[in-house]
Ligand binder design. Structure first.
Ligand SMILES: Cc1ncc(C[n+]2csc(CCOP(=O)(O)OP(=O)(O)O)c2C)c(N)n1
Length: 333
């Protein structure tokens, strides 16, 4: 690996730490799901960590991000608190939405995380709305919109690309191409020139990169963000990757050849970044210490979430649009 990070080992270590944090969070989320603590579903981001981390390392706190159903990694990379996220997955008080959102609806406006979204591609129109607001307010923030390769076949994606380009809005469409949408090979159900080609047909600069290479993600996103922030209009980056687990925690992914998974393991981003760190003088001891520290933190979050109180009923009516709810027990507390 080589890239613009090559002379910044401290920055690489910080990014590696975030990748480990995401991996440990996702492993714990899967275990909690199987143990019956998490209602609904859990879509793990295992194997794709370099994209979220490489993207968010180039954003400011006040930049916006929208996400999809596989949003834990995006949220952590943008700065959301993994402790509050774990409480949210468990549906408890103190979660990012006091348990109302759950795994697919993490939001933390304090770090620009406008929300994950379980409806495929619907975050695209939210991103464009946020970008339109940035334009109206004369700000220099940008919006990053995460989307999967399956999501690009839904209407809101096409609408959003069109609107963003017509108004030259500050949006980076970040497509994580893990090559499969639930159980369907995306290539077989996608017409045209592919993802980058589709963006290019809207007149939008678009490029395809190796998303498992943290350095390539960082380098490409850093350039795109600078251009978008300077008023250059929207862009799309297609980051090739592979999800190492099933579509969701209860999917054994039997539709994949073991050899394919084996090959993907050889390209997975944490091992690749770790190899770079070792080559550049970081010792195995230091890496083990980092891992142990992160694993300890995540175990404490799980422990706390298992024992945290459930929300009182009245919390169902807080932080939601006021539709004139009638009086309810605990109102005004
Ligand atoms: C509008 C809509 N249709 C279908 C679904 C069911 N669904 C959930 S995830 C998914 C596949 C998404 O694939 P992709 O966008 O490639 O993301 P990935 O899961 O690969 O990260 C589907 C079809 C949904 N959530 N929303």
């Amino acid at each position: 690996m080589s890239g613009n990070l090559a002379n910044e080992p401290a920055r690489v270590i910080e990014m590696f730490r975030k990748m480990l944090l995401i991996r440990a969070f996702e492993e714990a989320a899967g275990e909690a799901f199987h143990a019956g603590y998490v209602r609904g579903s859990v879509h793990q981001y295992i194997g794709e960590e370099s994209i979220a981390v490489g993207v968010c390392a180039n954003l400011r706190d006040d930049d916006y991000l929208t996400s999809n159903h596989r949003g834990h990694g995006h949220s952590i990379a943008k700065g959301a608190d993994p402790r509050a996220m774990m409480l949210e997955l468990f549906g408890r008080v103190g979660g990012t939405s006091d348990g109302k959102g759950g795994s697919m609806h993490i939001a933390d406006f304090s770090v620009g995380m406008l929300g994950a979204n379980g409806v495929i591609a619907d975050n695209c129109t939210m991103s464009v709305g946020a970008a339109q607001a940035i334009r109206l307010l004369g700000e220099d923030r940008i919006v990053v919109n995460f989307i999967g390769d399956g999501g690009i076949n839904r209407g809101p994606f096409m609408e959003a690309l069109n609107w963003a380009k017509v108004y030259e809005l500050p949006v980076l469409f970040m497509c994580e191409n893990n090559q499969i949408a639930a159980t369907t090979t995306t290539r077989l159900v996608t017409a045209g020139e592919g993802i980058a080609g589709r963006a290019a047909s809207f007149g939008m600069p678009a490029t395809t990169i190796d998303g498992n290479d943290l350095f390539e993600v960082d380098r490409t996103v850093s350039r795109a963000v600078a251009e978008i922030r300077a008023g250059g209009g929207p862009q799309l980056i297609e980051a090739m990757t592979y999800r190492l687990r099933g579509h969701f925690a209860h999917d054994a992914a039997g539709y994949r050849e073991p050899a394919e998974v084996e090959a993907a393991l050889g390209r997975e981003p944490i091992a690749r970044t770790e190899a770079w760190l070792v080559e550049n003088g970081v010792t195995a001891d230091e890496i083990n210490k980092l891992r142990a520290e992160i694993d300890g933190k995540i175990a404490a979050y799980v422990d706390e979430a298992m024992n945290a109180p459930w929300p009182d009923g009245y919390l169902a009516f807080t932080d939601v649009q006021d539709v004139g709810a009638p009086s309810y027990p605990g109102a005004g507390q």
